[in-house]
Design a protein around this ligand. Structure first.
Ligand code: NAP
Length: 380
């Protein structure tokens, strides 16, 4: 029986993970789960899975949970996430919170040498070098959950690392594929929240439309697989069936395909190196699908991707700046305080003003993050 902690059990990835666990109750057990604002759903999950520990983001949620489940250990906020990350009882920690609040909890799990099923891409983007060093030091293991990185991870099994010549990450192109910058000036929140292929949380859905999500994935792939940015290519593939590909030096290209369902990579991160049964996901029907299309991304219109390559190549603290500026900008856009294209302006300005520094510890990362957040929020 594998014991699992889910950080962010009420989100899109968290609830898909719950579906996977529900379908394999003889193999997986939930020992801990966390939510932020949605304590009602968390309480339904507690009722069904009977965890030993939970963490919640609000005082109201904490009171409601403690009243109904007096036996349960209830933690709160970021400290609570860290406690859950460090639990001795868990074999696997699924990090499925959104934004960079997941970093410290991931660090705790790494220090305990656990398997981290990593959905939260912001963690490696902001603290990739530090986390990689710690993973080695503490003998932890990161198995990616993001569908593209899971595809790369699976395709990489076909050869040795030194035989890889290129990673090819696919992108759906989002709801605004083919649009011009002038078209993007008029984008409304409800248009940006309509992803053509994937049902996801609000923040990542906006990130997918700006291609910042793809940018974060490029930086994440660099840290996960140790491949130079020059050898990472992004290709737009509107059907989202080929989840990503690896080109080897003999020109063989190995890909992982499947229909768009996050339960597949989540389950793989739990069962790796084995593959479990999956009766929840539809089979891929190539004949019905009949065609797969590919095109180059337009990085002049969708600058989110261009900025990511720039930030990644500069390295040090620049990917952190790229991520923090984007997190704040997306939040402001979701609140209706800025226009769509201001997201790019905010990222570009933050990167332009920043002098990159080497990142030595998590405290320093938190400080840089906090000061940039304050600066942008003060301005808007
Ligand atoms: N969705 C996908 O298909 C997908 C694919 C690949 C990677 N990812 C990555 O996976 C992560 C989660 O994405 P998602 O789409 O599942 O997001 P989501 O639906 O917005 O869920 C986010 C989860 O994090 C919790 N949360 C939000 N703010 C928090 C905070 N300040 N402190 C603690 N917990 C907090 C939420 O709790 P409440 O709901 O209770 O407020 C919820 O459980 C992101 O990093 C995303 O980039 C997602």
């Amino acid at each position: 029986m594998k014991k699992i902690t889910i950080l962010g059990s009420t989100g899109s990835i968290g609830t898909s993970a719950i579906d996977v666990i529900r379908a394999h109750r003889d193999e997986f057990q939930i020992v801990a789960m966390s939510a932020h604002g949605n304590h009602k759903l968390l309480m339904e999950q507690i009722e069904e899975f009977n965890p030993i520990y939970v963490s919640i983001g609000t005082e109201e949620g904490r009171r409601a949970i403690e009243e109904r489940y007096p036996e349960l250990t209830v933690y709160m906020g970021e400290e609570g996430l860290k406690k859950l990350g460090a639990l001795d009882e868990a074999d696997i920690v699924l990090t499925a919170v959104s934004g960079n609040v997941g970093i410290e909890a991931t660090v705790e799990a790494v220090k305990k040498g656990k398997r981290i099923a990593l959905a939260n891409k912001e963690t490696l983007v902001c603290a990739g070098e530090l986390i990689n060093k710690m993973v080695e030091e503490y003998g932890a293991e990161i198995i990616p959950v993001d569908s593209e990185h899971s595809a790369l991870f699976q395709s990489l099994e076909s050869g040795r690392r030194e035989e890889v010549s290129k990673l090819i990450i696919t992108a759906s192109g989002g709801p605004f594929r083919g649009r011009t910058t002038k078209d993007l000036e008029k984008v409304k929140l409800e248009d940006a929240l309509k992803h053509p292929n994937w049902a996801m949380g609000r923040k990542i859905t906006i990130d997918s439309s700006t291609l910042v999500n793809k940018g974060l994935e490029v930086i994440e792939a660099h840290y996960l697989f140790g491949i130079d940015y020059e050898d990472i290519e992004v290709v737009v593939h509107p059907q989202s069936i080929v989840h990503s590909l690896v080109e080897f030096r003999d020109r063989s290209v190995i890909a992982q395909l499947g229909i768009t369902d996050m339960k597949v990579p989540i389950q793989y991160a739990f069962t790796y190196p084995e593959r479990g049964e999956n009766n929840l996901t539809e089979r891929l029907d190539l004949v019905k699908l009949s065609r797969l299309d590919f095109e180059a991304p337009d990085m002049e219109v969708f600058k989110g991707l261009k900025f990511a390559f720039e930030a990644g190549k500069i390295g040090m603290s620049m990917p952190l700046i790229y991520n923090t500026a984007n997190e704040v900008a997306v939040d402001l856009f979701l609140q209706g305080k800025i226009q769509y294209l201001d997201i790019y302006r905010i990222i570009e300005e933050a990167m332009g003003k920043h002098t990159p520094v080497e990142l030595k510890n998590i405290e320093q990362i938190k400080e840089i993050d906090r000061s940039l957040r304050d600066e942008i929020y003060r301005k808007y």
